[in-house]
Every structure is written in structure tokens, then in C-alpha cells.
Design a protein. Structure first.
Length: 432
């Protein structure tokens, strides 16, 4: 028996979750399927729109002004700047008070674990007291067992980048953790539950022990930045307790993967999916599809085939959204002779000679960074003749081509905007 829905979203990252939530705003049945665990846990948790132009100009103060100048084919050009604004408003409604930045169109400059600053439009509330535009002197705290964040080096990089405040970094031991292979979730769990830890001959709660350790290094700074490990389920409470104990503001510095802010964003979105009545299934890869038997060029997907624990199950919907990621997420694949989209074999423009897929300059503009599906303004993938591959398929997020999200600092914003548009259009079509 086929499983039937009105809208089926394939992919569980930011683009897929947004598409499913947007489609669910209509009175339609929505399902989201994903093969792997969501990529959100590998993301910084920051929602960038556009930090740099495709020509490298930036960091940009007003990303919306630059959206109007993007080249044809860029995902933002496909959906339009007004849709980007609507998508950010949609995200604000979902995120509530967990994120800041909705008070202005200007980018905020958020310090990251390497000591660089990232232009971003929305940022977790846990990072708000650490913005680089804030002139307050800052103490950065790293941990001996958490080698991904070198606080002294990060402080030096901030100074070299011209941050308008004095930054100093120290490295201390984390109370209760002696192994350097502990997962970030272990740090968070210890603080979440304020577990008892040994401090010399005494025992105390982990939060108090951490505050006591840091207090000895605090001088005239009025804020302290920690790597983003300050709790998960009770992160706001952990941060508030540390701030009270230290007598200064406390913020988190976004880290590389695995990322607790990314995990918190995943929880936020998947709670919203559950509340919206979206059915979700993970660990179920799509392995094939069938089209409707119709004459003419208006090809429609009838159903996809999902591998559910070894059984091949047809999933049928009226509308489909493809949000499987780009080259990194394997939503776009490359072989020696071609680049392709593996589920529906959608067209991916690329040079015939594979040596033209890249340039020798490691810092140069790499053609492969822009590999992905071309799309019309409905976000329907286009074939080599610029006709829709399927009339009921839309694409969102990194599977789309025509932009370099790493250089532009636009990855989350494109996923959010195209997910919102693809989901809204799919939901509207299914409703009719």
C-alpha cells in the first residue's frame, strides 16, 4: 500500500524543515523524509542572509541592498528580496525569543571559534552579548580538553581584525572532565543537570565550580565568552547562573561541528514540525521514483520509492520538495565524467572537461562551489533546455546552484528563503 500525502519533502535540514513548515500553513497533509540525521547539528546555528557579495565585497552592513544586485540564476534572484524578508519573518515566528536580530535589517557581527567575525542576520540569544560591535572588553575562556577552541589565539585574531574592544583569552580545566575526547554534549549535560564535581578536597555543582575557576582569571572585563557548550535543555538557566556568579554578562562563541547551537535549532524546528502536524521519518532513503503515464512534456512524479528497513515502500504525493543538500551533503554527486543529482537525475550544469571544475589557486573562485540545480522562479529544477524537469517538483537549499554559500556567507539564508518559497508554493498547489 502506498503512503499518500499532499506534500512530500525530501531532506531534513534547514531547507527541508522550513519547506515542510511552510507547506503545513496550508490545509494539506505534509510529510518529511530524510535518510540521514539532520545536518543542522553540524551547523553553527547562525542564520546568515548575505555577508559578502559574489565579487567578495564585504562584510556587508545591509544584506537586503546587495540582494538587488545579484546575478541571474542566484537563488535569491529567483525568489526575490521580498520573499527573503517573508522567510525571515516566518523564522522569527518559529524561533520566538530563542533568536535575536529581528529588530534591524543590518547584519550583526558574531565572533566565531577561530577569532573571525561572521556577518549574520539572526543569531542565538546565547551569542547576543558577544557581538563584535559591542565595545566592552572581553575575556574568552577555553578548556584544556576542548581543543577546537583556542581562546588566546581567538582573542589575538579578534584584535588583528580590528575589534573595537580589548580581548584576552585564557585556557582552564573544565571541572569534572579530564578526557580530551569527551563530546560537547557531555559538557552540556554536566552543566544542564549541575552535576556534582570534585574541586580539590571539596565537591560542588558544576556551574559553581566553573564560575569559581573562571573568576580567578577575570580582571576588568565586563563580559565572558565560552565555547558553545553551556547546556542544551537548560541553556538559558546555565548561562544566567554563570552570569550571576561571575557578575558579568556571559555569551557563547559558535563552534564547528558537532554544534550545540545547531542541535538546539534542530530541536526548535522539529518541535515546530510536530506542533504543525507534519509527519517525519528519518533513516529512510529515497531510492527511486515513477512518473505518471501522461502524453506530452508535462512530466509529473507519481510516487517515490523509499527503503524502509529493507522493504521498498511507495510514497505518493501531489507535490514534492527536494532539499537534500549540495556536494557536501551528497544531494549533488560527481563522478569522473559528470556531475548529477542522484534521486531524480536532474540536470546539473558543468563544464565537460573535469579539469575546468576547479582552479589551481586554493583561494580562487572554484566553479564546483556553484554546482547545483538551475531553477525557474517557481523553484522547479530545469533540464538542459531550460524546461521544468517535473511540473510537481521544487528544489530548496544547497541542492540549488548558482551561488557559493561558503564565500558569500549565505547558506542558512538561502535554505530558509528557498525552503519557505518552495514549501509555500507546493502547499498552495496541493490545496487547489
Amino acid at each position: 500500500m502506498a503512503i499518500e500525502d499532499d506534500v512530500l519533502v525530501i531532506g531534513g535540514g534547514l531547507a527541508g524543515a522550513t519547506a515542510a513548515l511552510a507547506a503545513a500553513e496550508r490545509d494539506v497533509r505534509v510529510r518529511l523524509v530524510t535518510y540521514k540525521q539532520s545536518t543542522l547539528r553540524h551547523a553553527s546555528g547562525l542564520i546568515d542572509i548575505l555577508g559578502y557579495t559574489p565579487d567578495g565585497e564585504g562584510p556587508l552592513v545591509d544584506p537586503y541592498e546587495a540582494l538587488e544586485t545579484l546575478p541571474e540564476g542566484h537563488p535569491y534572484e529567483r525568489v526575490g528580496s521580498e520573499a527573503v524578508r517573508e522567510a525571515l519573518t516566518f523564522f522569527d515566528e518559529i524561533a520566538g525569543d530563542a533568536y535575536a536580530g529581528s529588530h534591524t535589517d543590518a547584519n550583526a557581527l558574531v565572533p566565531t571559534h577561530g577569532g573571525t567575525v561572521k556577518p549574520t542576520a539572526r543569531y542565538p540569544l546565547s551569542t547576543a552579548d558577544g557581538l563584535a560591535s559591542d565595545a566592552r572588553d572581553t575575556l574568552l575562556v577555553g578548556f584544556e580538553t576542548l581543543t577546537d577552541f583556542e581562546a588566546p589565539l581567538a582573542a589575538e585574531h579578534l584584535a588583528a581584525a580590528g575589534a573595537p574592544f580589548a580581548a584576552r583569552g585564557v585556557t582552564v580545566s573544565f571541572p569534572g572532565i579530564a578526557r580530551d575526547d569527551a563530546k560537547v554534549t557531555r559538557y552540556a549535560h554536566l552543566l544542564d543537570h549541575d552535576e556534582t564535581v570534585a574541586t580539590g578536597s571539596d565537591e560542588t555543582g558544576a556551574r559553581n565550580a566553573l564560575a569559581t575557576t573562571v573568576r580567578d582569571h577575570l580582571e576588568d572585563e565586563s563580559r565572558v565568552g565560552f565555547p558553545a557548550i553551556l547546556g542544551d535543555e537548560h541553556a538559558d538557566e546555565v548561562r544566567a547562573d554563570l552570569a550571576d556568579a561571575l557578575g558579568v554578562d556571559v555569551f557563547e562563541v559558535p563552534m564547528g561541528p558537532p554544534s550545540l547551537p545547531g542541535m538546539r535549532l534542530e530541536d526548535l524546528l522539529y518541535d515546530a514540525l510536530e506542533d504543525a502536524g507534519v509527519r517525519t521519518a528519518s533513516g529512510v532513503p529515497v531510492i527511486g521514483y515513477e512518473t505518471e503515464d501522461e502524453d506530452g512534456d508535462d512530466a509529473r512524479i507519481d510516487h517515490v520509492v523509499v527503503d524502509r528497513h529493507g522493504a521498498e515502500i511507495p510514497y505518493r504525493a501531489d507535490q514534492y520538495v527536494l532539499a537534500t543538500g549540495g556536494l557536501v551533503g551528497k544531494g549533488v554527486r560527481s563522478e569522473r565524467e559528470r556531475v548529477f543529482e542522484p534521486l531524480f537525475d536532474c540536470h546539473v550544469p558543468h563544464a565537460e572537461d573535469r579539469y575546468d571544475w576547479f582552479v589551481d589557486d586554493v583561494f580562487g573562485e572554484q566553479p564546483y562551489a556553484r554546482f547545483g540545480l538551475p531553477a525557474d522562479r517557481e523553484l522547479r529544477p530545469l533540464d538542459g533546455n531550460e524546461d521544468p524537469e517535473f511540473s510537481n517538483l521544487r528544489a530548496a537549499g544547497a541542492v540549488l546552484g548558482g551561488y557559493d554559500f561558503a564565500a558569500e556567507k549565505s547558506g542558512a539564508g538561502v535554505s530558509l528563503a528557498t525552503g519557505y518559497v518552495a514549501g509555500t508554493r507546493a502547499g498552495t498547489e496541493a490545496e487547489q
